[in-house]
Design a protein around this ligand. Structure first.
Ligand SMILES: [Zn+2]
Ligand SMILES: [Zn+2]
Length: 350
């Protein structure tokens, strides 16, 4: 047995809390009461204050994700306060403000884990997929997957940073652009409105690309230096006219809509895809060869990455724009997010 699987001492308390559960694929969200008791000495119990709703929460409802276990409580943008700690927890104390995102545990044994690349673990634990998530009053998670949430951030603002935020922030900071390089963010939704803010504060010449001319002013408020309306037939040319993008972060979920933008990458430019689509990207090999372009993806990050993201956001005034719902209205909140009518991010507050 590894150290992490030691059981907790017997003094741990039990707390009952309400949770919204999906019982089976295609099933509705149903409310139930759960008992929360720490049984692993390295775990903490979190009193959940807010949980963001991500498009990936739909996996819990559809069942279309490998390793999904039912019944399941959805939600992987979880923030709250530490309510109780296991006997071997050292870093966290009761009352600490913490968050848990897509990464909620790893196996320590696969090739990725042995390389220290825990977010790429073959047996990655994810709230709302392989273990219960944040549409609940409480949650129990390993100490090592908890990120400290700075005081400057409200819980509801911090929640979306645990997935939408960390994914765009981590993708951008690892994409290889230098300060002053042109970085384009495709899409101005839940991920994109954060991506533009991060790119601008990271010191890039930031280009926001979205549908319609009416979003130009808003893009400017987020820090974009250039706005391109993707509905114009000349949109790709507009980006090329200013030298093309060293990095283009694609936050949209349509493979067809991202494809033309490969042609707007500069020499050695890179498209980083963080918006998930199951459809193929149809890219001309010639577009890649002549300008030595690459297309790649980026998966979220670990708790330390989330902490870096949260601190960066707090320090630079970067904020997620959210609509909040009480936990009792979790189904309405989920439907609102999936309808596409919510402009940015929907958050449930237990
Ligand atoms: Zn997510
Ligand atoms: Zn692993």
């Amino acid at each position: 047995m590894t150290q992490a699987s030691k059981t907790a001492s017997v003094e741990q308390s039990t707390k009952a809390g309400r949770a919204a559960v999906v019982e089976k694929p295609g099933g509705p969200l149903q409310f139930t009461s759960r008992d929360y008791r720490i049984t692993n000495s390295r775990d903490v119990r979190i009193k959940i204050k807010a949980c963001g709703i991500c498009h990936s929460d739909s996996f819990a409802f559809t069942g279309h994700f490998p390793g999904l276990k039912y019944p399941i409580i959805p939600g992987h943008e979880i923030v709250g306060t530490v309510d109780e700690v296991g006997s071997e927890v050292r870093r966290l104390s009761v009352g600490d403000r913490v968050g848990v995102g897509w990464h909620a545990g790893h196996c320590h044994e696969c090739g990725a884990c042995r390389s220290g690349d825990f977010i790429a673990c073959d047996k990655l634990q994810t709230p709302g997929i392989t273990r219960d998530g944040g549409y609940a009053e409480y949650g129990i998670f390993p100490e090592e997957v908890c990120a400290i949430v700075p005081e400057k951030l409200e819980f509801s603002e911090a929640a979306p940073l645990l997935c939408a935020g960390i994914t765009t922030y981590n993708a951008l900071r690892h994409a290889g652009a230098l300060p002053g390089d042109t970085v384009a963010v495709l899409g101005l939704g839940g991920l994109g409105h954060l991506g533009v803010q991060f790119a601008a504060k990271m010191g890039y010449r930031t280009v926001a690309i979205a549908r319609g001319s009416d979003k130009a002013e808003f893009a400017g408020q987020l820090g974009a230096h250039v706005y391109i309306d993707s509905q114009k037939s000349t949109a790709v040319d507009e980006l090329n006219k200013i030298g093309g993008a060293k990095v283009l972060l694609s936050t949209i979920t349509s493979a067809d809509a991202m494809t033309p933008w490969v042609e707007a990458l500069s020499l050695n430019g890179k498209m980083v895809v963080v918006g998930a689509d199951v459809q193929p990207l149809r890219i001309s090999p010639i577009a890649l060869i002549s300008r030595r372009r690459t297309v790649t993806g980026w998966p979220s990050g670990t708790a330390k990455d989330s902490e870096d993201c949260l601190n960066f956001a707090a320090r630079h005034g970067i904020r997620a724009m959210v609509e909040t719902y009480p936990l009792a209205k979790a189904e309405d909140a989920y439907n609102r997010m999936m309808s596409g009518k919510a402009r940015f991010r929907v958050v449930v507050e237990p």
